[in-house]
Design a protein around this ligand. Structure first.
Ligand SMILES: Nc1ncnc2c1ncn2[C@@H]1O[C@H](COP(=O)(O)OP(=O)(O)O)[C@@H](O)[C@H]1O
Ligand SMILES: O=P(O)(O)OC[C@H](O)CO
Length: 497
């Protein structure tokens, strides 16, 4: 076998990456797809467009690398999590656009769940806080708002899944309706200690069990692709939510090791070992990936908007033409000149959890230029990450020695240096920034025997650059205090209807 293929289905694009046995990237294909914003705070994707884009890049990378399906040991899927698809089992047609993880339409329903006193029970079972972010309330919304959906679901005609399930279904021509444990742990319907769907939660959310996929380990032979899709069947060797996949791809397999991924949002995960425990600092407890069917958990801080702020500078404000221009623009000034940008465009996630916060720019003067705004935008990403790191250290009762980083925006040196400065710990960037895809490749490669065990893959991870703090602790403290002031201005901005 020559390669393992990772399908990395992200929020803004679908990617396919082929890795060889040494973890070297043989080829990458990528395709963006449409973001739908039907109302303020709503975000949707066309699940068929997701499928078509993923299929297209899968074929493209095989062609690019001149690889035959028979030379691929397995495909590993990694995906944007929580994005919720509901489709018809007979036709395979989605009943509605997928509701994306960033979508806030169920925020008020979540308030009512909280007010009814369900917070503790839900946190204990699922490791999650009650938030519109997770699948459960999105799925309930679909069942209640799509004509006839609830009746069809009760009759067993509909299937629910996160994007991994949806891709498994499409790749196998509807033969497989399954998800992996790491994705299941993001639904708010899954008991993470017992590793099973929970009847009390299903009853509370009014979700019929018949819509649910089967839950399997992350590294596992799920089946094979339909032969005609790629000109030959390819084994499906695993799946994982993209953030758990990145934790695995960063080799954070020991307790206390942490990574942060800078994509559309930012997600910091720290390995906490074999027992789940509840966060005291509004972080999530989630299922991590393992090489076998054993269980591991991670503590997670999810930030909704990170790299997306750079897209907004490009597409919304038009002050840059491409994402890579943000670094030279921000570097053209020595600081943000007192400007703070809180990127709460979709509310605030960890550790603040305010669905009604909105994006804010404060400290503007007549001297403010687009360069200051660009710099404040990058700093706004780093400040959010520092808040999560504090919460994680407090929760774990230990200092995190270093933070491993990856994702599209981790290529930005100015951002990485500021991140190390403001957190006062080293930021370590690996050579392969595609650790999300690498994690999925590992999972599939381990299931198919392409790699023997964890030792076999331990040499793949290599450091590219370490950013060490160069700002004084006093200055970092002062800057973070101003950031907290700015954050206060952003909180509770959107009014409840
Ligand atoms: N040089 C850069 N500096 C800052 N942000 C960047 C840079 N290049 C890309 N990005 C941002 O990174 C994100 C893309 O990263 P990626 O890991 O592909 O995200 P996702 O998987 O969420 O689609 C985009 O939001 C983009 O704006
Ligand atoms: O698509 P990404 O990389 O921004 O990741 C999205 C997360 O999985 C949402 O929880």
């Amino acid at each position: 076998m020559k390669a393992v293929l990772a399908f990395d289905q992200g929020t803004t694009s679908s990617r396919a990456i082929a890795f060889d046995h040494s973890g070297i990237i043989l080829g990458v294909a990528q395709r963006e797809f449409t973001q739908h914003y039907p109302k303020s705070g709503w975000v949707e994707h066309d699940a068929n467009e997701i499928w078509e884009s993923q299929l297209h890049v899968g074929r493209e990378v095989l062609e690019q690398c001149k690889l035959e399906p028979s030379e691929i040991a397995a495909i590993g899927i990694t995906n944007q999590r929580e994005t919720t698809v509901l489709w018809d089992r007979a036709t395979g047609a989605p009943v509605h656009n997928a509701i994306v993880w960033q979508d806030r339409r169920t925020a008020e329903y979540c308030d009512s769940l909280r007010e009814a006193g369900h917070l503790e029970m839900i946190a204990k079972k699922t490791g999650l806080l009650i938030d519109a972010y997770f699948c459960a309330t999105k799925l309930r919304w679909l069942l209640d708002n799509v004509d006839g959906a609830r009746e069809r679901a009760e009759r067993g005609e509909l299937a629910f899944g996160t994007i991994d399930s949806w891709l498994f279904w499409k790749l196998t021509g509807g033969r497989i309706h399954a998800t992996d444990v790491s994705n299941a742990s993001r639904t708010m319907l899954f008991d993470i200690a017992k590793h099973q769907w929970d009847d009390e939660l299903l009853a509370l959310l009014d979700i019929p069990r018949s819509v649910l996929p089967k839950v399997l380990p992350s590294s596992h032979l799920y089946g094979e692709t339909e032969a005609e899709l790629f000109g030959g069947a390819i084994p499906l060797g695993g799946a994982a939510g993209d953030q758990q996949s990145a934790l695995f791809g960063q080799n954070c397999t020991q307790v206390g090791m942490a990574k942060n991924t800078y994509g559309t949002g930012c997600f910091m995960l720290m390995n906490i070992g074999e027992k789940p425990w509840a966060s005291k600092c509004k972080l999530l407890t989630t299922v991590a990936c393992t090489a076998d069917a054993t269980h591991q958990y991670a503590l997670e801080g999810s930030i909704f908007i990170a790299g997306a702020i750079v897209q907004w500078l490009r597409d919304g404000l038009g002050i840059i033409q491409s994402s890579s221009e943000v670094e030279p623009l921000a570097a053209s000034v020595t600081d943000s000149d007192g400007v703070y940008l809180v990127p709460a465009f979709a509310g605030l996630g960890a550790p603040h959890w305010d669905a009604y916060a909105r994006g804010t720019i404060v400290g503007l003067t007549r001297g403010t230029t687009r360069a200051h705004i660009a710099r404040a935008a990058l700093e706004g990403i780093a400040f959010q990450v520092a808040d999560v790191l504090d919460a994680m250290q407090e929760d774990a009762g230990t200092k995190i020695a270093e933070l491993r980083v990856d994702g599209g925006a981790a290529a930005n040196n100015l951002l990485m240096q500021f991140q190390a400065d403001i957190m006062q710990i080293p930021v370590v960037r690996p050579k392969v920034l595609e650790t999300t895809a690498l994690g999925a490749a590992y999972l599939a490669g381990l299931a198919s025997g392409f790699w023997k065990d964890l030792d076999d893959i331990s040499n793949v991870w290599q450091t590219d650059r370490i950013f060490t703090p160069s700002m004084s602790p006093e200055e970092a403290k002062q800057r973070r205090s101003r950031w907290s002031d700015a954050l206060e201005r952003a909180r509770s901005w959107e009014q409840k209807s």
